[in-house]
Write a protein that binds this ligand. Structure first.
Ligand code: DUC
Ligand code: ZN
Ligand code: ZN
Length: 479
């Protein structure tokens, strides 16, 4: 074998199925060998550390374009830095289509901005307006390497009604794409919000009252039923409690291709987090809303059973005080007028390790599966991403499983001016992040060259092939 360029020596490799002592040899940005006694031109000592595949964050919002112009406050530069800080080497972010407008120019602009990335990246395509013209653009979108569409069942002006959702599901079936879904009932939330505001209940904590889990459970059930009708695989985004997870579990028992994702905010925060004096609760507002201890316990059970097999960040690029941040409509805005979302690119892995592995709820291999291997598989990036094996990209996180760190916003290295986890002590922390063979982060110092991230076009893959089960054998997506 030609001399290895870099050897990560003396660590314990953790994959989604096993854990063993081995060196990892790297050449040309790829893993060339995994075994004992490897020698190379350079060595990275990993004694006492775990060597895991770099994190794959399959749901995060970075420099996402906004309908009124401009973009999220989190740029590709700062978002990449935060991801690498937290041990993540690949992100899947969102190209947007705006109502009344085509996909093409917006996607081109998004690609232009993403050229500054230092993490590798793929895109989901948001569809908000599935007119004939927009549907006609989707073959080109897919040909350009985007094989997942994102739809919202709530939020003005993004949400689709059921018939529009069916059109997107049908297009995905025809084109060999997956559909990811934000499941909450639009009308129920709107109606509850009006009633709460009329009752003078405007504080951030009423955000959770406006969208209790029943609205998520209903929309999850409906999304699954409509996906079954069309025979299109879907992933349900950000499941916040066991009632919604149960809908996914039932679907999977019936053999449907439905996957479920949750996020650290649903494992760590609760509706109570939003009940802080003044406006402080806005820092914890995201949708669906964090619930309570029983819901968190139910989510861990759903993770244990495999019903939820991805933990993404749903990192949202809005700060507290910034120009588009939580206070954009004033420091006394009602919950209806406060931007939703929490940052989490850098804290995703430490929070899941600390709450999951360190507390004995999941194993190190479960951690790898949830944060890297499974998202890479579901979104067609595996085995290039999400695995430590010869031929895969040399994307690694070197992990100290017992380092204790108190989370502070400065450690997150994002552009956002707060973290909802400020002051929380975690056990387990990334020491180094290797991206395609380059040490991109070492002990909190990010050193990847601007623009060194690569776009990951997704080719057809088997996992998302429709099952071929249709009511009466009639395929409505063909018409
Ligand atoms: N919910 C979303 O659906 N997206 C971003 C932020 C949030 O809270
Ligand atoms: Zn969402
Ligand atoms: Zn999101």
């Amino acid at each position: 074998m030609a001399e290895l360029e870099l050897v990560v020596r003396g660590g314990t490799v953790v994959t989604a199925s096993e854990q063993f002592r081995a060196d990892v040899g790297i050449t040309g940005g790829r893993i060339a060998a995994v075994g004992a006694g490897l020698e190379g031109a350079r060595t990275l000592e990993a004694g006492g550390l775990l060597v895991m595949p770099g994190g794959v964050d399959s749901h995060c919002h970075i420099e996402q374009l906004q309908a009124g112009g401009g973009a999220d406050e989190e740029t590709w530069e700062s978002g990449s830095r935060a991801a690498l800080t937290g041990g993540t080497t690949t992100v899947v972010t969102f190209s947007t289509q705006f109502k009344g407008r085509p996909i093409g120019p917006s996607l081109a602009e998004y690609r232009r901005r993403a050229a500054k990335a230092t993490v590798d990246f793929a895109f989901h395509q948001i569809v908000t307006d599935p007119t004939d013209a927009v549907i006609a653009e989707l073959p080109d979108v897919v040909a350009s390497g985007i094989r997942s569409f994102k739809v919202f069942l709530t939020y003005d002006p993004l949400r689709l009604d059921d018939r529009e959702f069916l059109r997107v599901l049908a297009a995905a079936r025809r084109l060999g794409a997956l559909v990811t879904v934000h499941c909450e009932n639009y009308d129920a939330i709107g109606w509850m919000t009006e009633a709460l505001l009329a009752a003078g209940k405007t504080a951030p904590k009423y955000h959770a009252w406006s969208r209790p889990i029943v609205v998520e459970r209903e929309a999850t059930h409906r999304a699954i039923a409509l996906a079954e009708l069309v025979d299109t695989p879907i992933q349900v985004f950000h499941v916040s409690g066991p009632e919604a997870a149960d809908e996914i579990d039932r679907a999977r028992r019936r053999g449907l291709k439905v996957w479920g994702e949750t996020c650290p905010q649903y494992l760590v925060l609760s509706a109570e987090s939003m009940d802080k004096p003044g406006f402080e609760g806005a820092k914890f507002m995201c949708s669906p809303a964090p619930r309570d201890a029983a819901a968190t316990a139910g989510l861990w059970e759903a993770i244990r059973l495999g019903t939820l097999d991805v933990v993404s960040s749903d990192h949202s690029g809005w700060s507290y005080d910034g120009p588009r941040g939580k206070r954009v409509n004033g420091a006394d805005a009602s919950f209806r007028d406060i931007p939703n979302g929490v940052p989490g690119l850098a804290s995703r892995l430490p929070l899941l390790w600390s709450e999951g592995v360190a507390k004995g709820r999941i194993s190190p291999s479960d951690f790898v599966r949830l944060t890297s291997t499974r998202p890479a598989q579901i979104f067609g990036l595996h085995p290039r991403k999400g695995s430590v094996m010869p031929g895969a990209d040399a994307d690694l996180v070197l992990w100290d499983p017992s380092r204790r760190v108190t989370i502070a916003n400065a450690l997150m290295q994002h552009a956002i001016d707060y973290t909802p986890y400020e002051g929380m002590e975690v056990t387990g922390w990334p020491v180094a992040t290797v991206r395609r063979g380059e040490v991109a982060m070492w002990d909190g110092r990010v050193q990847a060259a601007p623009g060194s991230g690569e776009y990951l076009p997704v080719a057809p893959y088997d996992l998302i092939r429709p099952r071929g089960v249709l009511a009466n054998g009639f395929d409505p997506s063909a018409y």
